[in-house]
Design a protein around this ligand. Sequence first.
Ligand SMILES: Cc1cc2nc3c(=O)[nH]c(=O)nc-3n(C[C@H](O)[C@H](O)[C@H](O)COP(=O)(O)O)c2cc1C
Length: 398
Amino acid sequence: MARLFKPLTMRAVTLPNRVVVSPMSQYSAVNGVANDWHFAHLSRFALGGAGLVFTEATAVEERGRRTPGDLGLWKDEQIEPLRRITRFIKANGAVPGIQISHAGRKASERRPWHGNRCLDQEDVTERGEHPWETIGPTDEPFGQHWHAPMAMTEATIREVLDAFAATARRAVAAGFEVIDLYGGHGFLMHQFLSPACNTRTDTYGGTAQNRQRFGLEVIDAVRREWPERFPLFYRISAVDWADGGLQMDEATAFAEQAYAHGVDVMDVSTGGIGGSAKRQNIPIGPAFQAPLAGEIREKTRKHTMAVGFIRTAQEAEGVLQAEQADLVAIAREILYDPNWALHAAQVLGVDEEFSLWPPEFGWWLNGRARALKKLGQPGTFFSGTASTLLDLSERKKG
Ligand SMILES: Cc1cc2nc3c(=O)[nH]c(=O)nc-3n(C[C@H](O)[C@H](O)[C@H](O)COP(=O)(O)O)c2cc1C
């Protein structure tokens, strides 16, 4: 049996398979509230057979949004539309997860399709969207021509920790069963962990141990509110791809601490720190970040999730077979093909008769495949990428 379709139980939650929908911001919320777009976007991945469906980065406080269109869970009114989504995901056999986040100095940005830069007068004039004051470990901005954040005091740090805890409490009320803490891609926890960004001189900066402190305090704050029975993930940027940036030895040391503080899965990505550090080339290629997840998994003997340029069913299965990760997160490929998981099950030979599909679809598709076979035609389906065109009848013969 393909590993990709083996269930995984963590704490009291069982994922029906190892295909995870990676968090993907839609920048389409108003005042942080989920709407029909989010419902349709996330629901179709549950219909498409993914085991765990994560929401996009969901802000724990208003100033922690990356853009004006980010989802939020900083007030109770934001709970109900999310509960509608989790109800549907659960009713269709998947587990609903939420990524919770604070963008720190990377907040107050435009939506990507309006141009990759911070909000300015043009956004005020054209869209009525005003920049807001941001916070960070120091006052160094995320990029050139970006607003300078306010360096966080101990009181601000406590405020943000309380916001994470309160959001975890609301996530329970909204029906989520997994939380992913957004500690990568240059967001606030990453800003504290990375030596390329955190030059504080107090107990939150300087040494590796001090730079770990904020992230670990977030884990503690969330764990206090997040029930024991629910798993906690932590997305880390394991390397910065920047001179003087985070490297694997520090990332692994952080992961060890994170697991000890109650994290169940390290979700291993890379990059995004920004600032003045000189960037290195990123060796993008198929599953290029999976070896880093593998290194953390091997050293800590705990669960990891791989993400990044995993496109085909075979690549995903390969990551699991190589014991680099226990779960595989897919983003762009599953946007392209929301039925990616169901197609992968067919490619890997675990669903010959569409039995994993919702019966409303599967019953007809199975009949179609049988009719094609009788006609001597291949029951060809397009499984997400041109490289995995699937011919069910051919595969059966082979
Ligand atoms: C539309 C879009 C939005 C994204 N938003 C988030 C996000 O909210 N949080 C996050 O951790 N990563 C986000 N990412 C990164 C993905 O989760 C993933 O790590 C990255 O796209 C690499 O995986 P892929 O090659 O399968 O796309 C986003 C990616 C895309 C394409």
